[in-house]
Design a protein around this ligand. Structure first.
Ligand SMILES: [Zn+2]
Ligand SMILES: [Zn+2]
Length: 186
């Protein structure tokens, strides 16, 4: 499937957003305050965002759980239902743009949308394309036992199982290796 630059950016943004959620009740939130949300918006080059408030922060956090559910969806129909809901709530105004030197691409968020509605529309549509392409199963959660990070599997044969092979994948290999050695040692 063809993944354009802006879709790729939207995917990176939604994955980072979902993974900013605390892993459990005692873990820190990756988006603890409005300042952290400002950094997030800047680092992900989310365009046309005005002054952010506590209202934006709580709206983005609510949206974050809705996106997390999409990555946890067991099948395309469930994912489609969740994506439809969050896009409908945000409202969309598709329009062509070539801002900041990028080639022509479509923005879905309505002009003047809040940052949460902006992310819901554009990241929601990026995820929608995976369902349309029959590739919903590429939207995954890491299979490492103590990690539920979201990721998008862009490998050719959809074989990726861990969020970041340098950490989760490796750690599992090491654990399996140690277990085998222990067994061999009797
Ligand atoms: Zn754009
Ligand atoms: Zn992981």
């Amino acid at each position: 499937m063809l993944i354009t630059h802006d879709t790729r950016c939207a995917l990176d943004t939604v994955v980072d957003l979902v993974n900013s959620a605390p892993e459990d009740d005692s873990a820190p939130d990756g988006l603890p305050d409005v300042a952290a949300l400002e950094v997030f918006v800047r680092e992900h080059a989310v365009s046309e965002v005005g002054v952010l408030t506590d209202f934006d922060l709580s709206a983005v956090r609510r949206l974050r759980s809705r996106f997390a559910a999409v990555f946890a969806a067991p099948d395309a129909r469930t994912a489609a239902g969740l994506i439809n809901e969050l896009i409908a709530a945000a409202g969309t105004t598709p329009r062509l743009t070539d801002h900041d030197g990028y080639d022509w691409h479509v923005h879905y968020f309505a002009p003047g949308a809040s940052v949460a509605d902006h992310l819901a529309a554009d990241c929601g549509m990026a995820l929608a394309f995976f369902v349309v392409a029959g590739e919903q199963e590429r939207l995954r959660r890491c299979e490492a036992p103590d990690c539920r990070h979201a990721f998008v599997d862009l490998s050719r044969n959809r074989s990726r199982r861990y969020c970041d092979s340098r950490t989760c994948g490796n750690r599992l290999h090491v654990a399996a290796y140690r277990a085998r050695r222990k067994e061999a040692a009797g």
